[in-house]
Design a protein around this ligand. Structure first.
Ligand code: DGJ
Length: 555
């Protein structure tokens, strides 16, 4: 599928635009460093002076070595990504305490530039999927200097304690060394767009640290900043101890505060050296079931949706708390996006499964104005994280995403600006396969799935079978309202109809439905006008995504 689309894009000149518009990087000293701008509750990632959307891939965990990089870039190109998210591990930059080795970082940045890719660096430090596996050996095995968390019965946990003063000092020192190095080599180049501080923090199997220092802190009053940002799910005391304010949630919320406070120290110091947006990622808790106190069902203390307020209060040097999307259920996906996208927390999806069923979610995530998205495990090392991700290896991994990335890449700056202006919307086909609607000012878009391109289901004798390739939900649509009656519509495996919400005149109809592309200057180039069979039954988007510029009229 993607090969054909890319060939098609090639003919229309979109492929060239992709190269020109995707990851063109700043000439030395050109503009401000990548940063976030927020207006009217919406946030844009500003890169070289304008909003930019990261069409990302995240490399596999052990791809952070020069030899492995050879298998990262080709996959990133094949999927038409503009950004690669990749680890920088504490163990690799400081294998011996105080002796830093940035040779991998230097190679990584040099190769990213050669490949015209931006980077998001993932700091694998004290926490990586909650454990200390990426800390150097001199940290891992010195429990005295770098204490582990302690359970109620005094048994040590696998997790390092957020109250380990030496651990914090050492992690912070290494992170500052990394950020200072980046400042030296990337201040004027803007290859690195963001840095993730730690990876999926929290603790499995233990709600919080019960060590002496932690216990003493737990018995103190909840800090005022936390009270201001985080309401208790059950209204209790307005202030006082963690237990008094948060009741049965107190242990988890305290642990979130302890970890967030630790990360804040690392982030603040790192940012003073190199000021780019910083974020944390989250191994999610169930976003659909009613909120309840922790019962071993997720990593306690991680930035789950219910404690975003605590992270905002304790870690002001982090810009974003971001969800890692590995639950394929559409209801979970929708609910998670809704909970993480807030006026004080921009949407960013730094990890998503690369199983084919997730490709439809790209339309929804980018339609909602996310700063970026990155399917996880996209490289050509011989590894797949099935069953979280796809069973496939090699090229088939990239195929479900490639055409969508090519399309958004061809109009990246425009789409990013529209998103910043609040003009974009997105949906993906639900597991129930039902129609969905999108409100668009005086218009409503109704999106249906599993339709043939011609005719109506209600017709007598209309085929009862469904089009091939729609066995599993795979539809998605993103719409930008670029004028009162004008829309840019993109998507796959969906039928879109637009109807007026206002009773004006006798009715409404398409004025124009142009298929085309935007040129490098952002000017629309029409390739053909859809009419007749192509519009009589709505706009039928197939597995070969196109860009439609649609104008509605009333008569
Ligand atoms: C989420 C983590 O953040 C990644 O580093 C990786 O371990 C994936 N899970 C699973 O492959």
């Amino acid at each position: 599928m993607s090969k054909r689309i890319f060939e098609r894009l090639h003919c229309t000149g979109l492929a060239l635009l992709l190269v020109a518009g995707a990851a063109a990087q700043a000439a030395p000293g050109a503009t401000a460093a990548p940063h976030l701008e927020t207006r009217d509750g919406r946030t844009a990632l500003m890169v070289d002076g304008a909003p930019f959307t990261m069409l990302g891939v995240q490399a596999n965990n052990s791809s952070n070595y020069p030899e492995a990089l050879k298998k990262v870039w080709p996959a990133a190109h094949d999927v038409h990504a503009n950004t690669v998210e990749i680890p920088v591990a504490w163990e690799q930059i400081e294998p011996v305490e105080g002796r830093f080795d940035f040779s991998y970082v230097d190679t990584l940045l040099a190769q990213a530039r050669k490949n015209d890719m931006h980077l998001v660096l993932l700091w694998f430090g004290t926490w990586k999927n909650t454990g200390p596996s990426y800390t150097p050996e001199w940290v891992k095995f010195d429990n005295k200097r770098f204490p582990r968390m302690v359970a109620r019965d005094g048994k040590p946990s696998y997790c390092l304690s957020p109250f380990g003063e030496e651990t914090l000092k050492a992690d912070r020192k290494a992170f500052v060394a990394l950020m200072s190095h980046l400042a030296r080599i990337d201040q004027a180049r803007h290859t690195v767009l963001m840095v993730q501080v730690e990876n999926e923090v929290g603790t499995y199997g233990l709600v919080r640290d019960f060590g002496a220092k932690a216990q003493a802190a737990f018995e103190k009053d909840v800090p005022a900043a936390v009270l201001a940002h985080q309401k208790s799910p059950v209204p209790l005391a307005a202030s006082g101890s963690w237990r008094a304010v948060y009741g049965d949630y107190a242990d988890e919320y305290f642990h979130a505060w302890a970890i967030a406070s630790y990360i804040e120290e690392v982030a603040k110091a790192g940012r003073a050296a190199f000021d780019v947006p910083l974020y944390v990622n989250n191994a999610l808790r169930d976003a659909v079931e009613p909120l309840a106190p922790w019962k071993e069902n997720f990593a306690s203390g991680g930035p789950t949706y219910d404690v975003i307020g605590i992270y905002k209060a304790a870690a002001p040097h982090l810009d974003i708390v971001a969800p890692d999307m590995y639950n394929p259920a559409s209801a979970q996906f929708d609910a998670t996006l809704a909970k993480f996208q807030r006026p004080d927390n921009a949407l960013l999806v730094p990890e998503m499964s690369h199983a084919p069923g997730y490709a439809r979610y790209v339309w929804q995530v980018l339609g909602r104005g996310s700063l970026g998205i990155a399917p996880f495990g996209i490289d050509y090392t011989d590894y797949t994280n099935f069953p979280l991700g796809t069973k496939e290896k090699g090229k088939p991994i990239v195929e479900p995403f490639a055409a969508t990335y090519a399309l958004f890449g061809s109009m990246n700056r425009l789409w990013s600006r529209w998103a910043f202006e609040g003009r974009t919307h997105g949906i993906s086909e639900g597991d129930d396969r039902k129609d969905q609607t999108l409100p668009l000012g005086a218009w409503t878009a109704t999106v249906s799935f599993r339709e043939w391109q011609f005719g109506e289901r209600s017709w007598p004798g209309h085929p009862t079978e469904f089009p091939a390739g729609t066995e599993q939900p795979n539809g998605g649509v993103a719409i930008a309202q670029v004028g009162e009656n004008e829309f840019v519509i993109v998507g796959q495996h969906a039928r879109v109809r637009i109807a007026s919400t206002q009773k004006q005149g006798n009715g409404e109809m398409f004025a124009r439905v142009e298929e085309g592309h935007f040129d490098a200057a952002g000017k629309w180039v029409m390739e053909r006008n859809w009419n007749g069979d192509q519009t009589d039954y709505g706009l039928n988007l197939t597995g070969q995504p196109v860009i439609l510029k649609v104008r509605m009229g009333r008569y």
